[in-house]
Design a protein around this ligand. Structure first.
Ligand code: SF4
Length: 232
């Protein structure tokens, strides 16, 4: 078992302005991610902007922004323009969300002050919030993206060691689709020599389609210099 420590911190703000992305704002109630994917680009962010180790400091020392929802509510009252993506630098449904419910708090705030929203996750825990997602969906555009880089469970155990198996993610996707929520698959990143065969991509696309995904997108691996040695 991997031992993970959690530290409570105060966030200075919640909505983070982003540029060059298909959304204007991002929301990340946690810092670091227990899902521990070896290729995670957010490891490089951790090193570049927070001067932290790209390995255990990212995936075994998680920070919890306990005042995040309160900050978000204050910011949403000012009616920011644009759309928001939840979970761009950490998984909003990583296991500790079961205790702190910060992602749920963010969705409640967005349901009160709606803006177009997307969620990116590998966490089946998202099904806990189906009714809330329906409430938000009735007021604003909402898409839940499930990250499923491949469906080979032996590979996933090595590359995404802290995550739920792909079949559980796809089962969660099916539940969201059955509840009328737009849910798609991001088959990203495609790992050279590991998941880039036609067979691997076809299997992932077929599984996504069978689960009811409304879209299937893929993109090759991009390795920032900070995590080059770690990934190799
Ligand atoms: S689930 Fe996402 S944020 Fe978490 S380690 Fe994996 S790629 Fe990074």
């Amino acid at each position: 078992m991997r031992e993970i420590t959690y530290r409570e911190i105060e966030a200075k703000g919640a909505l983070n302005r982003v540029q060059g992305m298909p959304f204007e704002w991002s929301l990340n109630p946690y810092v670091g991610c227990a899902h521990a994917c070896s290729y995670c680009f957010a490891r490089a962010y951790n090193a570049r902007y927070r001067e932290r180790d790209v390995g255990e400091a990212f995936d075994r020392n998680i920070e919890v922004r306990t005042n995040f929802v309160e900050r978000l509510r204050r910011e949403l009252q000012r009616r920011p323009e644009g759309s928001v993506a939840i979970g761009t630098a950490t998984d909003p449904y990583q296991p500790i969300e079961g205790k702190y419910r910060l992602t749920r708090g963010c969705l409640e705030a967005l349901a009160d002050f709606p803006m177009p929203t997307s969620i990116i996750t590998k966490g089946p825990l998202v099904v806990r919030d189906i009714e809330l997602l329906q409430r938000l969906d009735a007021k604003a555009d909402l898409t839940v993206y499930f990250s499923v880089p491949c469906v080979d469970e032996d590979i996933v155990r090595k590359t995404d060691p802290g995550t739920a198996p792909p079949r559980q993610r796809l089962r969660a996707l099916r539940m969201l689709r059955d509840a009328g929520i737009d849910a798609a698959v991001l088959c990203m990143p495609v790992l050279p020599g590991i998941t880039d065969s036609e067979e691997s991509l076809n299997r992932a696309a077929k599984a996504a389609s069978e689960a009811g995904a409304t879209a299937f997108r893929h993109r090759p691996l991009k390795i920032d210099r900070e995590i080059r040695d770690y990934y190799i």
